[in-house]
Design a protein around this ligand. Structure first.
Ligand SMILES: [Zn+2]
Length: 293
């Protein structure tokens, strides 16, 4: 029995970790009875025998965290953007000293900074940002580290074999997970030329997902979205954007220009995608957080 007064009383005696555990559980739909969590007893809300198996149909998700990490770059007019785009323009509209409140106007493309690609970005009938299923934005994080290969090859891609190797070490990709490409590229974000990997012929070079890995994730696993620390889920050298077409064309979302994946454990973290809810948006600047522990 979870009367509001009982929940309030129990929360007041909870640690930050427990409170997050409870709050995140509520968000994720894993609603347990907090009075029972506090006293260690069971109730019908989370009776172990009636719980579906982990990862199985109707599985609940419980989220706990000691560590919360921002995976978002600070967006400013100097943040690297795709060639031909305009940087964000920030115009002050009121100052606290003059008006008693502070506000700006932004003029910004949808694919600036750490940002969402909605399915509609690369598919005629794909969902725009506001129509994406929100529960997919809270996902177990699967971090694939290709930093060593990237040191020798700026055009390196995540392969299906690397995904299988991750599974060998950590188990099958969790249902509804977000597969995160850690190429170490976020360290270059302060230098637009390096981040774009622009060569003498003005061609771009940075890592991304391979077509084979994308097909494996689409056809053989149940993945919510892709995260990448470069400007695109395709490599910089890609001209026909096969990964965008496949992934977004299948109704999936992606987040590009993610930061700090090197600090996230390869498995066990949860990511929260604070995607914009603008009508008809093909994407938009997004706050991304990871939590674990
Ligand atoms: Zn984009």
């Amino acid at each position: 029995m979870c009367a509001p007064s009982v929940i309030e009383a129990a929360l007041s005696g909870m640690s930050r970790r427990d409170a997050l555990h409870f709050a995140a559980g509520m968000v994720a739909g894993a609603i347990g009875c907090v009075s029972c969590m506090a006293t260690g007893t069971n109730c019908s809300a989370h009776d172990a025998p009636s719980d579906p198996p982990p990862g199985g149909p109707g599985a609940k998700r419980m989220i706990a965290a000691d560590k919360i990490l921002d995976l978002t770059h600070t967006l400013s007019p100097t943040f690297p953007i795709w060639p031909g785009n305009e940087p964000i323009k920030i115009t002050n509209k009121s100052t606290f000293a003059k008006s008693g409140f502070y506000s700006n106007r932004w003029d910004i493309g949808e694919h600036h900074g750490t940002h969402l690609d909605a399915p509609a970005h690369c598919s005629a009938n794909g969902s725009t940002a506001e129509k994406i299923e929100p529960s997919s934005f809270i996902a177990p994080a699967v971090v694939i580290d290709i930093r060593e290969r990237v040191k020798k090859d700026s055009d390196a891609t995540v392969t299906a074999d690397e995904l299988r190797a991750w599974e060998k070490a950590h188990g099958r990709l969790p249902k509804g997970c977000a597969v995160c490409l850690n190429s170490g590229w976020d360290a270059k974000a302060g230098d637009a030329k390096a981040f774009l990997g622009t060569d003498a012929a003005n061609k771009l070079h940075f890592p991304g997902f391979s077509k084979g890995a994308t097909e494996f994730l689409l056809n053989e696993r149940d993945v919510a979205g892709l995260l990448v620390d470069t400007l695109s889920i395709d490599t910089g050298s890609a001209t026909d954007f096969p990964v965008h077409k496949l992934w977004l064309g299948a109704g999936k979302w992606a987040v590009e220009c993610v930061a700090n994946l090197g600090k996230v454990p390869p498995s066990g973290a949860t990511v929260f995608i604070g995607a914009p809810k603008v009508a008809g948006a093909s994407g938009g600047p997004t706050r991304v957080l990871a939590m674990w522990g």
